[in-house]
Design a binder for this molecule. Structure first.
Ligand SMILES: Nc1nc2c(c(=O)[nH]1)N[C@H]1C(S)=C(S)[C@@H](COP(=O)(O)O)O[C@H]1N2
Ligand SMILES: [Mo]
Length: 176
């Protein structure tokens, strides 16, 4: 889990779309130009991987998840968001963490365009959760009323993933 799950197809900004859909009043597909026109925000946060490493004081710039939610107006019964990466990654995020102050979709890191290995051109950043919840190469956010698991969660990682509670793995059930 410190590594990327697989090879990443090249990004094409001319064809880029961020799809916001699911249980929302107004689904949208944002082009790169439309995304850049949305109000931007800058957030300085530490980043914690579940395998033990942390990076301090990363400066992320992009669009607050609250701005995205205002755009699509999720229904009042939304509880989870599924984030998708273009290589096939997915991860489920509790809606309150998705909307927390500091959560954003980022297109710049430490003052430069998001580098290829860190998710170019766009990634989700959820500073309140372990880094595997911050999907790189972001292509879509799906607003869910019913719980579903993403890539690592299906493989036993925690559904929430709060680093302060050390929520790494889901507890094993008594019976299979
Ligand atoms: N699309 C995608 N996003 C991903 C991953 C991945 O494999 N694919 N790995 C996750 C994991 S386990 C971590 S620790 C962080 C690593 O982010 P970094 O490569 O920018 O350090 O990205 C997360 N987001
Ligand atoms: Mo990770």
């Amino acid at each position: 889990m410190p590594f990327d799950i697989g090879p990443v197809p090249p990004a094409d900004l001319a064809r880029f779309r961020l799809r916001l859909y699911g249980s929302v009043a107004h689904p949208v597909e944002l082009s790169w130009a439309e995304l850049l026109r949305l109000p931007n925000t800058v957030v300085t946060q530490d980043f914690h991987c579940v395998t033990g490493w942390s990076v301090r004081d990363l400066v992320w710039e992009g669009v607050s998840t609250r701005v995205l939610a205002d755009l699509v107006r999720p229904t009042s019964d939304v509880r989870w968001v599924m984030a998708y990466g273009r290589e096939g990654y997915s991860t489920n995020i509790p809606y309150d963490h998705f909307l927390a102050a500091g959560s954003l979709v980022a297109y710049r890191l430490n003052g430069v365009a998001l580098p290829p290995e860190h998710g170019h051109p766009l990634r989700l950043v959820i500073p309140s959760l372990y880094a595997w919840k911050s999907a790189k190469y972001l292509t879509a956010l799906e607003f869910l009323t019913e719980f579903r698991r993403g890539h690592w969660e299906e493989r036993g990682y925690h559904d929430v993933g709060d680093p302060w509670r050390e929520e790494r793995y889901r507890k094993r059930r008594a019976f299979p």
